[in-house]
Design a binder for this molecule. Sequence first.
Ligand code: NAD
Length: 498
Amino acid sequence: MQTIGHLINGERVAEDTRTQEVINPSTNQLEARVCLASKATVETAIAAAEAAYPAWRAVPPIKRARIMFRLKDLLEQNANKICHLLTCEHGKVLNDAMGELQRGIENVEYVCSLPELLKGEHCRDVGPAIDSWSEFQPLGVCAGITPFNFPAMVPLWMWPMAVACGNTFVLKPSERDPSAALFIAQLGLEAGIPAGVLNVVNGDKEAVDTLLTDPRVQAVSFVGSTPVAKYIYATGCAAGKRVQAFGGAKNHALIMPDADLDNAASALMGAAYGSCGERCMAISVAVVVGEQAADALIDKLKTQIATLKVGDGRDTANDMGPLISSAHLEKVTGYVTRGVEEGAELVVDGRGLVVDGFEQGNYLGASLFDRVKPGMAIHADEIFGPVLCVMRVDTMEQAMEIINNHEYGNGTCIFTRDGEAARYFADNIKVGMVGINVPLPVPVAYHSFGGWKQSLFGDLHAYGPDSVRFYTKRKTITQRWPASDVREGAQFAFPSNR
Ligand code: NAD
């Protein structure tokens, strides 16, 4: 049985006494055991990162960027292996794993332009013979804590930019599917990142709490559920750190009566059921304006759900794999039962699905609710499974009110042929990422990713331009070289423009 350890100061170590099972969700069989780092192990990783910082900070940005070019090559060369790890531990279908990895690689490509991104701001002659400029210096040791649902991509949102900016890093991946993040970090070292600059500790709350409170850690990036994100933000900020904590979501699609309903239904299928609904940008609610459009959409969704192929992620014919764990399957199934009890109409029931040859897997078929109302738990809570709720309203304003009143504000989209309505929606909806006839408006790597309300605690978004600012601190320098024959008296007031 394989034991998954840590990567500390360039070495693979597996010394902790506590371990946890890593399960293949398609079979519920044991894949490996992962070490759960003790406080002392995490402190060793932080010490390695701190020791590596002065030399790494002094490496010119162009040389740090060249390592990122090599990392991109290595990620592409090892794509099949990484995607296999993703599918075996997370369960997502191989094509989806490829898409996840591609999005991660795009972040590395953006980081390759680091010298350009780190260019400061310069002003000549802000006063007589006085010049002023701002530069962006690294912070020191940074930490990243990542969720199970994007085991390769979310770590790649964080450490390539942090490290390229001159910081050193300790990553704590999800203990449920840790292998891809560890393997990719190893590729980082192979690309030329020196020992100690990038470290990986596997673990649970004990590891996280150590990262959150150790005074040597300057900044923490977190992605996960909202209750944990709130805790991370409060604890990290109280310990004086810079923190960005990305939380959960409940993403709505607004379907206008004039929308191309065939395209909208196809888009909703991928957005609601792709990756078994375990995406923070998954569409889990469709708010439809008008009874006629709602009836037509439900019919089209029913037809498409009937053709959806659910099964083992390694079979490329499948559209949707299993849920991450049997406990999560039970939780999502419980929400389907609760929706029926609350009075919503269960149009397609995915419960009880058994996949031939994978009878023990955590499978749930696509489920579809109609006539869901605000106040029902299936609308209020993030279910994080293949459950799509349809809500019926009479006007666009009522639909926007439902979306704006929801506690989460990660992503949303509108399907319409009306440009004026689309523009009004984008201007006034209280959500961080908006799609217009685009169901999953995940920003590309050269924009930044982030939600509003309970979906993000902190100010700066992930990756893209915001991440350059998150992983650096501004220093502004004002310089004057007075001529040696000029003698000036003391001044006791602000210098005025003479
Ligand atoms: P999670 O909150 O359970 O775990 C995330 C990380 O926090 C893991 O590394 C875990 O070990 C650690 N953790 C868990 N409980 C902790 C505790 N009590 N104290 C300290 N650390 C703890 O999230 P998950 O189930 O792995 O991921 C799914 C969630 O992540 C969903 O809510 C999803 O919406 C969210 N998510 C959000 C985004 C985003 O960008 N907003 C992206 C991906 C996932």
